[in-house]
Design a protein around this ligand. Structure first.
Ligand SMILES: *Cc1c(COP(=O)(O)O)cnc(C)c1O
Length: 231
């Protein structure tokens, strides 16, 4: 079942790339495996997925040793500074940097680990009250502020678009984030590459691809609905 889900998502990605005149290898599919057991991740791994996304540091810490070493783990959720230690030597990218204090703490942990951590700046592109992220109008200044940390490298922008039944409603937000990324890239800020856009989820990844995303984060479309136990 998961194999078929993955194949179906892969096909839709290929078709969206085709429509947009883009090459398939410009888009990375991140299989968002939060709340799912390692057996399901193994199945998706065996079907060919290598990039996995999680939103809880503890979940990466626990799953990491149980799965193959060539998986690229992406930290996509809100990150508290005291949890950085669980993931600093395990993830290939942190998608959710939204404060200078967090950027500084990642920088310090990366220095200790002897690495440079690629990061994305989370932007609240639709200005939703309930969502984390930097305001679009503050993004350039924010990128400049965190670009001084030598053990992180700012590689682009990430957003969680509004939840909607109609993906077309998110097209203007994806277009806006892409433009913001291009605008900041053109400033040629030291230590900032701005080539990556992490936008598009199960409901809207095809539109995001048409609007230039380089990473889509697909959970439900691959693993099925998530069941959160009530505590
Ligand atoms: C859960 C989650 C996703 C995946 O959501 P789906 O709608 O299940 O595809 C993507 N990005 C982030 C940050 C998430 O927390």
């Amino acid at each position: 079942m998961l194999r078929e889900n993955l194949a179906s998502v892969e096909r839709k990605i290929a078709e969206a790339c085709e429509r947009a005149g883009r090459s398939r290898d410009e888009v990375t599919l991140i299989a968002v495996s939060k709340t799912k057991p390692v057996e399901m991740l193994e199945e998706v791994y065996l079907a060919g997925a290598r990039d996995f996304g999680e939103n809880k540091p503890q979940e990466i810490r626990d799953k990491y040793p149980q799965l193959p070493g060539d998986i690229r783990w992406h930290m996509i959720g809100h990150l508290q500074r005291n949890k950085i230690k669980y993931i600093i030597d395990k993830v290939c990218m942190i998608h959710s940097v939204d404060s200078v204090r967090l950027a500084q703490a990642i920088d310090e942990a990366a220095e200790k680990a002897g690495i440079v951590m690629p990061v994305l700046v989370e932007v609240n592109v639709a200005g939703e009250e309930s969502k984390a992220g930097i305001r679009p109008e503050d993004a350039e200044q924010f990128v400049r502020m965190i670009s001084v940390f030598p053990h992180i490298r700012v590689e682009g922008l990430m957003t969680i678009a509004p939840f909607t039944d109609n993906p077309e409603e998110n097209r203007p937000y994806f277009r806006k984030l892409n433009k913001l990324c291009v605008d900041i890239r053109q400033k040629n800020i030291d230590n900032v590459s701005m080539c990556e856009l992490s936008m598009g989820m199960t409901g809207d990844y095809e539109v995001a691809i048409e609007e230039g995303t380089t990473m889509v984060r697909v959970g439900t479309g691959i693993f099925g609905e998530r069941i959160y136990s009530a505590h």
